[in-house]
Write a protein that binds this ligand. Structure first.
Ligand code: FPP
Length: 246
């Protein structure tokens, strides 16, 4: 397999970075150590993404339901995210990465909210990769909010409602639907991540724990994606011609 795949695909890849806790526990470490190793994995994936044709990378870092975890783990995650944003902004700018954080901001600690705003402003000119980090994010909640916004403008048709919801869910007009959803850590579920945007996503599940996920694993997922036949509810190419000949 070539070391890189052709560019120009403009793929939107979403990742559920699962398995940090188990990775740490298996090594006799506290769970936050797994999240720290998870940040290192994320940095590797961000660095590898543009050469693999990925234009948009959406990663699930903290769900609305993750608030139920023990306070010590939640605090560690909030601290880690702030530390990451502070430390990584320069490397994101240099790598041409534009950062956007999706999800609620009203429940996060003030210093983290400030760091997000700083990171988003500093990276606004990035044009190699659009990195979307989902924090305090719930897809069902996002869809419900979009529906409310849309209801106030009384859209006249079902089609338009769909378009308004899709526009409202994207942080800007360049974000398309998800092409490939990757979940590490051996579980096979969506966990309230980008439900609308994944309507026709190809799904790729890996038993690898997120801290062990690397550029080679990402390359494998993308190579597998390129072997899939995407039909979006239609027929495979050639099927109509065959039918016509019968
Ligand atoms: C799921 O693994 C992972 C999370 C809830 C947090 C993901 C966070 C990171 C990768 C690091 C922080 C990210 C940024 C953007 C700085 P889990 O804890 O549920 O693992 P388990 O299923 O093995 O318990």
């Amino acid at each position: 397999m070539p070391s890189t795949l052709p560019r120009g695909e403009n793929l939107h890849v979403a990742v559920i970075m699962d398995g940090n806790g188990r990775w740490a526990t298996r090594r006799g470490l506290p769970r936050p150590a797994g999240h720290r190793a998870g940040v290192a994995a994320l940095r590797r994936i961000i660095a590898a993404a543009p050469a693999l044709g990925i234009a948009t990378l959406s990663v699930f870092a903290f769900s609305g339901d993750n608030w139920q975890r023990p306070a010590a783990e939640v605090d560690a995650l909030m601290w880690l995210m702030r530390a990451y944003l502070r430390a990584a902004t320069k490397e994101l700018v240099e790598a041409g990465v534009r950062l956007c954080v999706i999800g609620r901001r009203d429940r996060m600690p003030g210093p983290l909210i400030d760091e997000i705003a700083r990171g988003e402003a500093a990276t606004a000119g990035g044009d190699r990769l659009h990195l979307r980090i989902a924090l305090d994010y719930s897809s069902r909640e996002a869809i419900a909010c979009a529906a409310v916004r849309c209801a106030t403008s009384l859209p006249p048709s079902l089609d338009l409602v769909g378009r308004l919801i899709a526009d409202s869910l994207a942080d800007d007009s360049t974000v398309g639907e998800v092409d490939l959803l990757i979940r590490t850590g051996g579980e096979k579920r969506l966990s309230d991540f980008l439900l609308w945007e994944c309507a026709y996503a190809e799904l790729w599940f890996s038993d690898v724990m997120w801290p062990d996920f690397d550029a080679e694993a990402l390359r494998g997922a993308i190579a597998d994606f390129h072997r899939r036949e995407r039909r979006f509810g239609g027929l495979p190419p050639g099927a109509l011609a065959l039918g016509a000949a019968e």
